[in-house]
Design a protein around this ligand. Structure first.
Ligand code: ATP
Length: 313
């Protein structure tokens, strides 16, 4: 994707004393993207999000928001950014209008423009009918909507959401995911989560973080296309492996048994037709041809299995 780059993290690292929580992370968020930062507990998601938002200084590296360096020009960088931390910064004794008006003021929105800004944010987050309700009396789902409304009150091009559905019930989770997708039409979004279906439901791209490092990053549609990354082939009269390796767009061959093979396909390739044609021509006796689906879950477990096993233990 070639959209304008709105967040660029370059070689970000962060230490807490002896703990290296984030190590040499490079990330980009482009216009129009919803990027999911997925990782097991303790992987470094929150630390990364805090550094992206300028709430925590990196031990090393740099963050650019809309071309402005968070380290050199934090005010300019923060103007382009809305942030919903894991614990939303709500004042329970305020009503929704009061709180959002206060947040608008913090973002430097003039008094004359505040009412319009609050109205717009309430509308975008489905809060118009809750305007006079005290935040303390709202359900957790509606409190999260208020958290999202404060993140977009100054119409930033980018919003950063740290674990936005934690602690919500299943219906609230569906609603907040739908709302994030809706906000993604107007804003580019980066959200962190340790919930795979969340990333699958909401994001256009995923980066997996494990032990402070980005171990995988790819567009969702490529993952779905690439889930077709290999083919299991069964042949009654197989040739030698070199002949299978020579098939078009095959980049690796593994024998699964005497008559079964796993063929790894080149990125975005679909060599099925060519394989069938060659098998017929060379009389290999084709008995099976099955694309293998590699789900995000499998990729996640493969890339983070150490942690998952440790957690299970
Ligand atoms: N203030 C701190 N002081 C010391 N260590 C910290 C601090 N904050 C985080 N850590 C450690 O840094 C590592 C990364 O933590 P972080 O909160 O960024 O991970 P996370 O992926 O957001 O996890 P979770 O999903 O559990 O919130 C963990 O080992 C954590 O214990």
């Amino acid at each position: 994707m070639d959209g304008e780059i709105l967040i660029e993290a370059r070689h970000l690292s962060r230490r807490y004393g002896p703990t290296l929580a984030v190590s040499d992370v490079n990330l980009t968020l482009r216009k129009g993207e919803i990027l999911g930062l997925l990782g097991p507990n303790g992987a470094g998601k929150s630390t990364t999000m805090k550094m992206l938002c300028g709430c925590l200084s990196p031990s090393q590296g740099e963050v650019l928001i809309n071309g402005q360096s968070m380290q050199v020009k934090p005010e300019a960088a923060k103007r382009s950014l809305g942030y919903l931390p894991e614990q939303p910064p709500l004042y329970p004794e305020f009503n929704v209008d009061e709180y959002l008006g206060y947040c608008a003021g913090l973002h430097g929105i003039s008094r004359a423009e505040r009412v319009a800004a609050v109205t717009r944010a309430k509308q975008a987050c489905g809060l118009s009918h809750m305007a006079k309700r005290n935040i303390a009396n709202l359900s957790k789902g509606y409190q999260q909507r208020v958290g999202l409304a404060q993140a977009i009150i100054h119409r930033p091009p980018v919003i950063v959401l740290d674990e936005p559905t934690v602690g919500l019930d299943p219906i609230q989770i569906q609603e907040i995911r739908a709302l994030i997708k809706e906000l993604g039409r107007e804003h580019s979004v980066i959200l962190s989560s340790h919930i795979l279906p969340e990333i699958q439901a909401v994001c256009s791209r995923v980066a997996i973080i494990d032990k402070g490092r980005i171990v995988f990053a790819e567009a969702m549609d490529v993952i779905q296309r690439e889930s077709f990354g290999s083919i299991v082939l069964g042949l009654r009269r197989p040739p030698d492996l070199a002949a299978l390796s020579a098939l078009p767009e095959i980049i690796g061959v593994e024998a699964l048994g005497e008559q079964h093979f796993r063929l790894r396909c080149a990125r975005e390739a679909d060599p099925r037709e060519a394989i069938v044609a060659e098998a017929a021509k060379s009389d290999w006796g084709l008995i099976e041809l099955r694309p293998e689906v590699r789900t995000l879950e499998e990729i996640f477990i493969e890339k983070t299995s150490g942690d998952v096993l440790a957690e299970a233990a």
